[in-house]
Design a protein around this ligand. Sequence first.
Ligand SMILES: [Zn+2]
Length: 335
Amino acid sequence: MEENMTSSSRNEPVVGIDLGGTSVAVGLVTPAGGLLECGEFPTEAGRGPEHVVQNIGRRVRSIAKSSDVPISLAGIGAPGPLDTATGMIVEMPNLGWRNLPLREMLHRELGFPVFLENDANAAAYGEFWVGAGAGSRCLVGLTLGTGVGGGIVIGGEVFRGVSDAAAEFGHMIVEIGGRRCGCGKSGCLEQYASAAAVARRAAELVAAGGSSLLADLTGGDVSLVTSEMVCRAAGEGDCLAGRVIAEAVSTLAVAVSNIVNALNPDTVVIGGGLAGAGDLLFGPLRAQVADLTFEVQCRAMHIVPTALGRCAGVIGSAGLALVRSGAGIGVTREG
Ligand SMILES: [Zn+2]
């Protein structure tokens, strides 16, 4: 039986947008967190922010037309650093954008209010709302993709810190003086445990003469190695690929344990391309985190894969737009 705990003051669906460096996902989300429609298209960031905003506008109008429902609110998740209060992108290194009034531009394009959120916060919120962490009191989200994104949801609210820069788990230092990071510092988690880092590390080892299925899968061109290939090869028993995943998981376990010591969460949700490693990642990660933390912390905690995948950011951005517009979200639970 489902019980409606909080009834929303609006019934219209909300647009959720997840702006990434290579693709943009746009979807339509009900006030109860149901996904009515979701599609992706290439970002084409090189053609400038105006072009990207116009493409988003076209997609939203097309969704509105095909679903034949009124739409008057949107949320967008974008990589930080950004300012959620003013809706400004401070800097988007992957897209080369700086000091961009993204919320204002989208508002003008769509003709209704838009709320801007950090993409990893939005994804964590989606998982808290209707995903792998539904009902969590303290949830941590980690997205292992091109970089490592992080989000924290405590007591149903995104924890943003004082300048929207909390939960930057990708830049937690896991090795003093370690690998150089795109942020300008060294030894950051995302240089070890992102999908991109895993692909890079495997390519390095194969280029150095390591014997691996990856050499066959890429026809000998190691620049073509992807994290999906590394996961697949590791699953087929390839030693080099298995070693690369194991190294990434060991570093991730240190980072997750540090987070657990700081926050004592009940749920840690792992998403992004590297989550595709499945049991190869989750089995050893759970065991190593258990070794590195206190029993009282572990007993109360689940480390789980994303339930919403690429749609987490779309659903979460829409949910946060509902909350921030004052409409509130519909929360249902098994009764
Ligand atoms: Zn960094």
